[in-house]
Ligand binder design. Structure first.
Ligand code: S3P
Length: 174
C-alpha cells in the first residue's frame, strides 16, 4: 500500500506522514527531501536558480520514484497534485489523502516557516492570508480529487493519523 498525502503548504503532510509511516511500519518518502538530495540544493535554491518549471519536472520524477516503492507513506509538496498528471498517477498508485485546512489555520502555521517556501517567502504577514486564500481556491479542485479528504481544522495531528489508519482498516475489510 502506498499512501500519498496531499494538501496546502503547512497542513502537516511531512510531520504527520513521518508518524504515520512509523505506526504502519513502512518507509516514509518526502518528495521535497528527495529533490533536495538529488540536486544537493534546497527547494528555495532550485526555484531561484533553475525556476519553478524545472522544480515541477523534478517533483514529477520524485513522485514516479515514490510510486515505484512497494509500500510507503509519501508526503508531497503542496503544488504536486496540481501539475501535469501527478494527481492521476498518485490515484493510480495508491491512496491519496487530502489534509483540508482553512486559510486562517494555514496562515497561522506558515508565519514562521514561510522563509523556506519560495512561493510565500516574500509575503508580509499581512499579505500571507490573502495569498493563501486565493491560491487555495485555485488548488482546491485538484486537492478534492483525493480518495480520502480529512477536515483538519481544530483536530490534533494524532487524530488525523488515526483517521487514516481507521480508513485503511475498513478498506481492508471491505
Ligand atoms: C510548494 C510547496 C512546498 C514545496 C515548494 C512548492 C507549493 O512543499 O514543494 O516550495 O507549490 O505549494 P510543502 O507543501 O511541503 O511546503
Amino acid at each position: 500500500m502506498r499512501i500519498f498525502l496531499i494538501g496546502y503548504m503547512g497542513c502537516g503532510k511531512s510531520s504527520i506522514g513521518r508518524a504515520l509511516a512509523q505506526r504502519l511500519g513502512v518507509p516514509f518518502f518526502d518528495t521535497d527531501t528527495a529533490i533536495e538530495q538529488r540536486c544537493g540544493a534546497s527547494v528555495s535554491a532550485i526555484f531561484a536558480e533553475r525556476g519553478e518549471a524545472a522544480f515541477r519536472a523534478l517533483e514529477s520524477d520524485a513522485l514516479a520514484q515514490a510510486a515505484g516503492l512497494d509500500q510507503a507513506v509519501v508526503a508531497t509538496g503542496g503544488g504536486a497534485p496540481c501539475f501535469g498528471d501527478n494527481l492521476e498517477r498518485m490515484n493510480a498508485a495508491g491512496l491519496t489523502v487530502y489534509f483540508k485546512m482553512s486559510p486562517e489555520k494555514l496562515a497561522s502555521r506558515l508565519y514562521r516557516g514561510k522563509h523556506k517556501r519560495p512561493l510565500i517567502a516574500d509575503k508580509s504577514d499581512a499579505e500571507l492570508l490573502a495569498f493563501i486564500a486565493l491560491n487555495l481556491e485555485k488548488r482546491e479542485p485538484c486537492y478534492s480529487g483525493a480518495k480520502l479528504i480529512i477536515q483538519c481544522d481544530g483536530v490534533s495531528d494524532q487524530y488525523i493519523a488515526e483517521h487514516v489508519i481507521n480508513y485503511l482498516e475498513n478498506y481492508k475489510k471491505g
